[in-house]
Design a protein around this ligand. Structure first.
Ligand SMILES: NC(=O)c1ccc[n+]([C@@H]2O[C@H](COP(=O)([O-])OP(=O)(O)OC[C@H]3O[C@@H](n4cnc5c(N)ncnc54)[C@H](O)[C@@H]3O)[C@@H](O)[C@H]2O)c1
Length: 391
């Protein structure tokens, strides 16, 4: 399937987002010198930083310059463990301190938009954990601000980089499934127990979990045109490490229907009340978390899309399921900021775009609107698609 969208990826790249990759390679965010290594400032030294920091520390194109956390002891611990020369208790102090090129934002979801904006204003590139912003309007303003400042912004998740995503994109494009009809994705567990922000307003299972499946399905099937959703709270009170017992204000259960045009409809379900026998450890299990179904074949992803390990495919020509695209082949979900350092240092373009992350923010906002008003919500955003070169 090769449906043209408002923006063709190659055209988008040719026009040159934020002055183009060559310009990025030629200078750091701060000025003139060629950037062999990108100086990184990491903000948010909690749970996910324990995956990011080792990866960045081993990245040939990254130099860990500063760590920052409003819990200063966390920044100090991270600095000590990873030999980061500077640590700070808040973003203003970090920006006024040792220079860096790229802000890696690993803070509470509700803080992403605000902190990303401050960093862009200061002329820093940004890699943000998901979501890029809390609303579409906030995210669109960030993308505009980045263009104005001549810097770049990108956001997790990194799922489009997996070899399994690429295999599925190529199979769909080669029409191995025939005319596409439907897709389904599911991601859930029993919910984080360390921080309250997951359950506070603008938290929830969509921006924490569903976001992965939304990036995968829009990445494979193209930008969505409309959303219908039902959201709910199954567990109204939670006990979390940083605040004790808290009331759940954001959905912990979501069903989101997407219209991709040309008759293709997909569905994402996610939640913080999903029993699984292995919780997050079931990345190596055989169960399918994503299915793509056409008239002449179907694809089924083994393991979660952030850590998949194979794709089962059956087609009208080859009716028994065979497993393809096995193994990680160098991909891991926590590679986002390191890949961005490599891209900034060498001039390569990453496979993901801010526009794709922003489209998914719009979907999540539309899902909330659909739940609130009981209606289908049209989307206005799009992104450079297809996302795999040569597809
Ligand atoms: N934990 C995971 O396994 C995981 C995996 C993938 C993505 N993520 C994403 O990573 C982000 C962080 O999640 P987490 O689980 O690490 O949360 P966390 O609560 O463990 O860590 C967040 C850290 O950010 C700090 N922080 C919050 N606001 C700040 C501010 N304004 N300035 C400086 N520091 C600030 C907090 O003090 C905390 O140490 C979220 O967007 C989450 O969805 C987490």
């Amino acid at each position: 399937m090769r449906r043209k969208t408002g923006i063709d990826r190659r055209e988008f790249m040719r026009r040159g987002t934020a002055a183009g990759a060559a310009a990025l390679a030629a200078r750091g965010a701060s000025g003139a010198a060629p950037a062999a290594k990108i100086k990184v400032g990491v903000i948010g030294c909690g749970s996910v930083s324990r995956k990011y920091l080792p990866h960045l520390a081993g990245c040939a194109h990254a130099e860990l310059a500063s760590a920052c956390d409003i819990k200063p002891e966390r920044a100090a611990q991270a600095a000590k463990k990873f030999k980061i020369p500077n640590h700070y208790p808040q973003i203003d102090a970090m920006l006024a301190g040792a220079p860096f090129d790229l802000l890696v934002n690993l803070t509470f979801m509700q803080e992403h938009g605000r902190l990303n904006k401050i960093a862009l204003e200061a002329g820093k590139h940004v890699w943000s954990e998901k979501p890029l912003a809390n609303t579409y309007a906030e995210g669109a303003a960030l993308v505009e601000l980045a263009k104005k400042k001549g810097v770049r912004i990108w956001g997790a998740p990194t799922v489009v980089n997996s070899p399994q995503f690429e295999f599925m994109a190529r199979a769909i494009n080669a029409r191995k499934l025939g005319a596409l009809a439907a897709a389904h994705a599911s991601y859930g567990h029993l919910g984080p127990d360390w921080s309250a922000f997951f359950y506070e307003k603008l938290g929830g299972s969509m921006p924490d979990l569903g976001v992965y499946n939304l990036v995968t399905l829009t990445g494979l099937l193209g930008p969505a045109r409309a959303v219908t959703a039902m959201l709910s709270v199954v567990t109204p009170m939670r006990t979390v490490g940083d605040k004790g017992e808290v009331r759940v204000e954001a959905e912990d259960n979501a069903m989101v229907l997407l219209d991709h045009g040309k008759g293709v409809i997909s569905h994402v379900q996610c939640g913080f009340n999903y029993f699984t026998p292995f919780q997050h450890d079931d990345t190596q299990q055989d169960h399918h978390t994503i299915s793509i179904i056409g008239r002449e074949g179907s694809l089924h992803l083994c393991g979660y899309d952030w850590a998949p390990h194979g794709v089962d495919i059956a087609t009208a020509d080859s009716r028994s399921f065979t497993r393809r695209a096995t193994g990680a082949q160098g991909y891991c979900w926590e590679q986002g900021a390191s890949v961005i350092c490599e891209c900034l240092a060498t001039g390569k373009e990453p496979r993901w775009t801010a526009e794709h992350a922003l489209h998914v923010v719009e979907i999540m906002e539309a899902a909330r609107e659909s739940q609130e008003h009981g209606r289908r919500v049209a989307l206005k955003s799009t992104f450079p698609w297809p996302v795999v070169e040569g597809v």
